[in-house]
Design a protein around this ligand. Structure first.
Ligand SMILES: [Zn+2]
Length: 451
């Protein structure tokens, strides 16, 4: 509760300062003020982001977008714990190779632990920095057969990594973040196709955001590694082959010694508006974790001692970092489908407010606009506001454009008489006269096409 109050006080302060900035008309100040309405931070939780309501709308859209793609690619979403006993992290190898970047969690009242044998240290927990061990545990819970493979799990859990406080930076280097994480358990014959699928999804996803400059890097065996050199060499040559086939020879680069401790990886980097490169997507081959978790499946010949291969993959990577890249990429001009402010309705005067609010309910979709006491689960629902202030139409239109609304809808006497509304986009003065149904359909079409 305390944290919430501090957050709210800070939000209010920022909202006030934003109002002052919004009266300026330069693009830069709008990009900054837009950012301040989306997220904030607080010294009470360094490196953790408070997504404000509009920022949360964008984040949820990114997650929904990826959930739908993952269903198409055969992933099953799972929900997994945040804290695990140290014993688990020792088993996964994180304790030896990653401990310095983890948070330790210990209950204040140890009497709540069932300490029946061994030392009290066994009741220490670590906050998870990665989802992989959880997914291995789910794989290991059941007898697995070759005809179930590939098994693909996805997870949007929050992850914590103990970054140095001096290294924390905005949304790009944080301590708590979320990934569009996924793990594929497969056999050697599936690797090519699974990696190709992931590279395609990465390219297609970035394309939706108009991002076409993508850099691919193959990171090879680091100094601190698990497993034997032959397996590493085999995995690296597999990844080289797929990269050549998917992106073309010479279209990717090598980063010697930059692989994860458990396997080689393909990193995907995007360049932001300031020419700074950010790692986003990743594909990592892992022969070690299945061994550590003793993962097995029954083969076609009946043998039961077959070990699956694990592929770690993420398309957005850190959602927080991808969000930061989009902020710079769009400079406050979010496309309609992901815009937290999709339309502003402006009634010309008080007599048009009822009609404006009726249209707002209609465009808000069936979640709000239903006669049932319970709203339905699905449908198209748009973020639409009404500006009822007494200011002139010109002033309100200008402000609606400056604050990033995709569409501005005017309602006056003539509109009400004609049964239509005057609709213009943020970027084009051309006005269309559309009925409420036509506007709703236009918005549905835009969202379906990710425009
Ligand atoms: Zn992983």
């Amino acid at each position: 509760m305390l944290i919430r109050n501090i957050g709210l006080r800070r939000c209010t302060r920022r909202l006030l300062s934003t109002k002052i900035k919004e009266s300026s008309s330069t693009n830069t100040s709008h990009a900054i003020s837009n950012r301040q309405l989306l997220y904030t931070t607080d010294a009470a939780s360094p490196g953790s982001i408070f997504f404000l309501p509009h920022g949360t709308r964008i984040l949820n859209k990114l997650i929904q977008f990826m959930k739908n793609q993952q269903i198409k690619y055969g992933f099953q979403e799972v929900v997994t714990p945040l804290i695990f006993k140290t014993k688990l992290w020792k088993k996964s190898g994180h304790w030896d190779n990653y401990k310095d970047d983890m948070f330790k969690v210990v209950g204040f009242d140890m009497s709540k632990e069932e300490i029946t044998e061994g030392s009290i240290e066994e009741h220490e927990y670590g906050l998870k920095p990665m989802n992989c061990p959880s997914h291995c545990m789910i794989f290991a819970k059941f007898d697995r057969s070759y005809n179930e493979l590939p098994i693909r799990y996805s997870d949007f859990s929050s992850l914590h990594r103990n970054e140095a406080s001096g290294a924390l930076s905005g949304l790009t280097r944080v301590r708590r973040f979320h990934q569009d994480d996924g793990h594929i358990f497969c056999n050697v014959s599936h690797i090519d196709q699974e990696i190709k699928n992931t590279l395609n999804l990465i390219k297609d996803t970035y394309g939706v955001f108009g991002i076409t400059k993508i850099d691919y890097y193959l990171s090879t065996r680091p100094e601190k590694y698990m497993g034997d050199v032959d397996t590493w060499d085999e995995a690296e040559s597999q990844l080289k082959k797929v990269l050549n086939e998917s992106t073309g020879e010479g279209a990717w680069q090598i980063r010697e010694g930059d692989g994860a401790f458990y396997g080689p990886k393909i990193d995907v980097l995007l360049t932001d508006a300031f020419n700074k490169k950010h790692q986003v997507g990743t594909i990592q081959l892992d022969f070690q974790l299945p061994k550590r978790f003793d993962l097995k499946y029954a083969a076609e010949d009946g043998s039961r001692d077959n070990q699956p291969i694990l592929i770690h993959r993420a398309v957005f990577g850190s959602l927080e970092r991808f969000f930061a890249i989009l902020l710079d990429h769009y400079q406050g001009k979010w496309p309609f489908w992901i815009n937290p402010r999709q339309a502003m309705i402006i009634p010309v005067n008080d007599s048009h407010v009822d009609a404006a609010e009726k249209l707002q309910r209609k465009l808000s979709g069936d979640i709000i606009n239903t006669d049932e006491s319970i709203s339905p689960l699905t449908g198209f629902n748009f973020h639409v506001d009404v500006d009822k202030r007494a200011a002139t139409v010109g002033h309100r239109t200008k402000e609606a454009i400056q604050s990033g609304n995709s569409y501005i809808i005017l309602i006056g006497d003539r509109d009400i008489a004609n049964g239509t509304y005057s609709v213009r986009s943020r970027d084009d003065r051309k006005v269309e006269n559309l009925t409420g149904d036509e506007i709703y359909q236009k918005f549905v079409d835009l969202e379906k096409k990710y425009q």
